[in-house]
Design a protein around this ligand. Structure first.
Ligand SMILES: C[S@@+](CC[C@H](N)C(=O)[O-])C[C@H]1O[C@@H](n2cnc3c(N)ncnc32)[C@H](O)[C@@H]1O
Length: 290
């Protein structure tokens, strides 16, 4: 049994508090509500020893076949409603009954902070594959005019809930429902450009008859994004994949920028939060585009 990781800072109460990839046990703490994930389909009983009264609630989900199902209640107070967590001064709404994920991907914390620190007042920012709009919240808090794009209307509504939780008015921002590829082409036709863009696609996606696979199609996604990036702007490229190493990932990005007839003027590899350091599945590069 490993030790628990404390919260990264006093402004953050949602983080990965336990990480043992070898044993296949991970615990995310959402303001004291624990979400235990396991590789196997047996609840690890040592969690009860580990807890020592720290968690107000414990829920569990096995990653194998039931990855998209709702976590199961184990002990403590039942979590029946959405609740708010804090991360580096931002607030996010969490839902343990939402299935796929609870509202925020904790492994993106440092990337969200980078976005919040990178955008400036009045700049246009585009968040594609946005899920609940956490990157948009960071950009909007920093004063950007944000556009949030996702296939799902439910996730766009959740985005606006996150905006309101941060005192931001959704009316000052844009939401686009639909496919990222189609919208990027539309933006290019309309001459609509952005200073900062986030690309964080799922490993695989299906839109009608078309499919997207990170390993196969990342370069074409970057090409479309580069076409709507302002000179001197940046693209945060993320990929949750074991199918490519960092070098191959960067090669796809370089190829995408080049085929848009744009130039890479800076590349920065971004790390995962330290409590995720046993795994290297999430690849993140910020590319500055000339
Ligand atoms: C990996 S999650 C993104 C996580 C998000 N970037 C974050 O950090 O919170 C993938 C999201 O992409 C959306 N999605 C999948 N295929 C899409 C597509 N072709 N166009 C737009 N959104 C898509 C899904 O609905 C889901 O919300």
């Amino acid at each position: 049994m490993k030790k628990l990781t404390p919260a990264p800072n006093p402004q953050t109460n949602a983080w990965r508090t336990y990480h043992d990839a070898r044993a296949g046990v991970w615990i995310d703490s959402f303001d004291g509500r624990w979400l235990v994930q396991t590789r196997d389909s047996v609840f690890p009983n040592f969690i009860k020893t580990l807890n020592q009264g720290l968690a107000s609630s414990v829920y569990w989900k096995a990653r194998d076949k039931s990855a998209s199902t709702t976590p199961k209640y184990i002990f403590g107070r039942k979590v029946s409603d959405r609740f708010l967590v804090r991360e580096n001064g931002a607030t996010f709404s969490i839902d343990f009954s939402a299935g796929y994920s609870s509202g925020i991907f904790l492994d993106q914390r440092l990337n969200r902070r980078m976005v919040g620190n990178s955008v400036q007042q009045g700049q246009r920012f585009l968040n594609t594959f946005a899920y609940t709009g956490a990157f948009s919240v960071m950009a909007a808090k920093a004063g950007a005019e944000t556009t949030t794009l996702d296939l799902s209307k439910n996730y766009l509504n959740w985005t606006w809930e996150n905006f309101r939780a941060n005192g931001l008015d959704p009316k000052d921002h844009f939401g686009c429902k639909g496919d990222t590829f189609e919208w990027l082409k539309k933006f290019a036709k309309q001459g609509r450009t952005f200073h900062g863009i986030v690309l964080d696609p799922p490993t695989f996606s299906r839109m009608g008859k078309k499919t997207f696979s990170t390993d196969r199609d990342y370069a074409s996604l970057v090409k479309l994004a580069a076409a709507v990036t302002e000179p001197g702007g940046w693209i945060l490229c993320c990929a949750n994949t074991q199918g490519m190493n960092h070098r191959q990932f960067e090669a796809q990005i370089q190829q995408g920028i080049k085929s848009a007839r744009r130039q890479v003027i800076g590349v920065k590899k971004l790390e995962m939060p330290p409590e995720f350091n046993e795994d290297d599945y999430l690849k993140s590069l910020r590319v500055d585009v000339g």
